[in-house]
Design a protein. Sequence first.
Length: 466
Amino acid sequence: MDQHNENNATIAIPDGKPARKLRVLLETYGCQMNEYDSQLVRSILIKDNFEFVDDLKTADVVVLNTCAVRDHAERKIFGRVHQIRHIRGKDNPLIIGILGCMATHLRKALLDDAGLKIDFIAGPDSYKNLKDIIREAQAKGPKSFDVTLSEFETYSDVYPARQKESVNAWVAIMRGCNNFCTFCVVPYTRGRERSRTLDNIMEEVKRLASEGFKQVTLLGQNVNSWHDGPHDFAYLMGQISQIKEIERIRFTSPHPKDFPDSLLDLMAVNPKVCRHIHLPLQAGSDRILEMMNRTYKAQEYLMLIDKIRSKIPHVVLTTDIIVGFPTETDEEFEDTRRIVEKVGFDSAFIFKYSQRQGTIAAKKYKDDVSDADKTKRIVLLNKIQQEITLQKNQAHIGQTHSVLIEPVLEGQGFNKAVGRTDGNKLVYLPLGENKPGDLVRVKITDASPHALKGEYCYSGFPFSRE
Ligand code: 5AD
Ligand code: SF4
């Protein structure tokens, strides 16, 4: 890098042209919380006079916002760093930084890896210092880092730089996690649980409404434990639903251990609160659930599902499952399979157990289920779930739904409009006069395991929310 001026977000051009802003390419991996954090980072760096680019060739700095939840995610990032170095070559170097969960998880190991040549790392609570961290990497060469976790940082004073053409805005209402599920690295990489204040969240959502966003999705590692003094999560949802322009409110993810009746009652009656619950099961065997420190038994999970369905009959239920947790036997995997069949989730994310350094499971249990067994279990469970998902989707054929039209994303096909039902199912529609953000009535005409197909209903007959 060449010289930099005093605000350090510009780069001097050697041939005498005026200094220009430093160009940053930001790539995001992993969960929605990471997507949200990337929007925070954009906002912070734009204010600090950086410029964002999409092209690796023109970037001065590449920032990878990373995930450490599974080994696969980490390996993908290593591969990407090597690829970037290779593409840019020795004669055209640039600064590479790692943000997010991998930064805290691997810390110095990342910087010390001579092969990788990472110039700086910043953990999830250090984004306000990014300008200085990048400046140090520029000035002194590699090994600039800050992965200190905070008990207080909620970025309440940063308004994320979102893509304006979206209809949905993600809003992190809390950060961190105190649950310490034994397989999970998040409590270590993101630190202790902190809630943003009610007023601060309301201010953000009102601003989103005024900018034209129709839907908000409230984000947290454990949204049900959000609180502000006497106010709980259901209260927050109720308050947001009073903002006129916001048509839909979603949330992810709750923990089965504390799913309050007040939230279910609100979901049952409030038309803005979407009837979709992502409720991670993780495993169907009580012994494994205990080893995972999930703090519920399979029967308690099933009772909660019954209660949810009795209060909200057409609710869409999705889940996360881990197969091959240490010592899981074939019979215990069968327990998981039985629950999957019994509940009939609308869809499920199924993962092979991946040992994460520093977690309780990594310290206490040997990763002793062979990869072949994990593969056998995940393949079988995915096959069963796909059939269930197809049946669930086919059951909607002939029904009428309210669908929120979304912008068409790359790869979603030509000459089609796309939207989502209240239960978050993707619907393909003919191109009509509708635009993203419109709520339209749609009759479902076909279904696959991945999406529904529909046509617009122009007549005024009543439609179900789901
Ligand atoms: N191995 C496999 N899956 C994991 N998850 C979290 N940690 C691990 C791990 N070590 C899964 C859980 C969680 C989802 C976000 O990722 O199912 O709910
Ligand atoms: Fe990880 Fe469990 Fe916290 Fe979810 S609730 S982030 S799985 S520790």
